[in-house]
Design a protein around this ligand. Structure first.
Ligand code: SF4
Length: 488
């Protein structure tokens, strides 16, 4: 059966010919769609639907992707007496099928194309997306006057009542860039269609597996790699990876230290993994001895949404809804305090007041990265009546990550200083494994789903309990890492 391309297949083929081939011939080999990937998809749909309201009088071609033949017929019928705008109209040309998000009729009988994205800027992959659509449209006899990328404007501030679509979206004209790419489209389409008729192409793994998108077949293609694979080497280039794979050096410990092209940092990691020896410089204990008790080990969780949830917030703004504070007293006693906003309302005021009360006026506040500091500065701006007290909190922050980076070398961390890498290496008895929520992205998404969708009280309770467990572990992890670095 002859294959057909869609704009999404075309884009996949640009990223990797093998991914395109697998998508068409062996889709069952794709990684399972996880909650976060599904959420990205749902977000795109919600943003796309909202964008349509900026084009009054537009008509939606309703047939979904399983009814493309009918969608083509509906589009043809609508074009006979065109409305001011068409949403999801269907066109085919040269073996490629596309459904542009928005087409607006112009006075001279041509059309303006709007491709809607939930990002906050134009990215190179958006240009090829618009280019292939324009190529199909013009090939199908639909002249395009201008092409635009309609993305979210991250300076837009939500009033809490309704989205002002004219301010929420920014439409950037990309006609020139798309037309610059268009002369290549015909050859690329021909190449991709031919490729689909042949055997599975042999493509080596590389940076393209994650750029511009994480490939759906990564699990399948990367399955041959051992634990501690060479792909974990810092700043690995495609050339170096190719030379390592050709020499059959799949694990970091297999890499000869004189392998051509290794950087100093990569060689250091290879040496470390080979030696298997953890090195904690005593300088870490010295730095930590200077901290003032009581020591607060603090962590925030935030929620992010393409479409702002609360008045005064912007698209994709990180809004803190939960904190955990493990307090280590001079006598060694460990106390835990926490806050989690369990309502659909804006969490920020309750978050700040409860936090300021818990942190009091004394003691160093230990965080892991600049994340908490950035959120606190944003909170000071959003809630100026607390700004002075937040400023004092900021002056007490200490970043444990910087100390780990400077003084800890552990073979199991694979060059990463993230808490998820450092905890199992330094404190193996404490682990995120088995937690219902085990990383920040999942925490954000589960919170968003719980406060924005109707869920049963039992479901909400379960999510809130999982969030408390996760955030508390983050701060307990910092306490234990601190103790290891102090040599206690
Ligand atoms: S994982 Fe990498 S090599 Fe495999 S199909 Fe995807 S992009 Fe291509």
């Amino acid at each position: 059966m002859a294959h057909r391309l869609s704009k999404s297949r075309f884009q996949t083929g640009l990223q990797c010919p093998k991914a395109l081939w697998l998508k068409c011939h062996a889709p069952e080999l794709a990684d399972e769609t996880d909650e976060q990937r599904q959420h990205i998809f749902d977000t795109g749909n919600a943003v796309g639907e909202l964008a349509r309201t900026a084009f009054p009088g537009g008509v939606l071609v309703e047939e979904d992707h399983t009814r493309s033949g009918e969608a083509l017929k509906t589009t043809e019928r609508l074009l006979a007496d065109p409305p001011p705008a068409l949403f999801e109209a269907a066109f085919t040309h040269g073996g490629v099928f596309v459904r542009p998000d928005v087409l607006v009729r112009t006075p001279d009988g041509r059309w303006d194309l709007y491709e809607v994205k939930s990002s906050t800027s134009v990215k190179p992959e958006h240009i090829t997306d618009v280019a292939v659509q324009t190529w199909v449209l013009e090939g199908a006899g639909v002249p395009v006057r201008r092409a635009h990328l309609m993305h979210l404007d991250n300076t837009y501030v939500y009033d809490g009542e309704r989205y002002d679509v004219d301010a929420l979206f920014a439409a950037e004209e990309v006609t020139e860039a798309a037309r610059e790419f268009m002369p290549q489209v015909a050859d690329l389409v021909e190449y991709q269609l031919e490729l689909l008729e042949g055997p599975e192409p042999d493509v080596r793994i590389g940076k393209h597996c994650d750029s511009p998108y994480t490939c759906a077949f990564k699990g399948h293609c990367h399955a041959f790699l051992p634990e501690l694979p060479v792909t974990a080497l810092p700043r690995l280039t495609d050339d170096l990876l190719a030379s390592l794979l050709e020499a059959n050096h799949l694990a970091i410990e297999d890499v000869p230290l004189d392998h051509p092209g290794l950087s100093a940092a990569q060689r250091e990691l290879c040496e470390l993994v080979r030696s298997g020896e953890a090195r904690i410089d005593p300088g870490a204990a010295e730095v930590l001895r200077a901290l003032e008790y009581p020591l607060h080990f603090l962590d925030f969780e935030t929620v992010m949404s393409a479409l702002p949830l609360y008045a005064g917030t912007r698209p994709w703004q990180q809004v803190p809804f939960q904190w955990s504070d493990h307090i280590l007293h001079t006598d060694g006693a460990l106390e835990h305090r926490e806050f989690l906003h369990e309502l659909a309302s804006d969490p920020r005021e309750h978050f700040v007041t409860s936090l300021l009360e818990a942190l009091g006026d004394s003691g160093t506040i230990v965080v892991y990265s600049a994340f908490e500091s950035t959120r606190l500065k944003e909170l000071a701006q959003a809630l100026p009546r607390y700004a002075a007290r937040i400023e004092r909190v900021l002056s007490r922050l200490f970043d444990l990550l910087a100390t780990v980076r400077a003084y800890v070398r552990h073979p199991d961390c694979l060059g990463s200083s993230s808490i998820k890498a450092v905890l199992p290496a330094l404190v193996p008895e404490l682990s995120y494994e088995g937690l219902e929520i085990a990383e920040g992205g999942a925490a954000s998404l589960r919170y968003l789903q719980t406060v924005t969708r109707s869920c049963t009280p039992d479901e909400a309770d379960r999510t809130f309990a999982a969030l408390r467990e996760y955030c508390a572990l983050d701060t307990l992890a910092m306490v234990r890492i601190y103790e290891v670095l102090r040599g206690e």
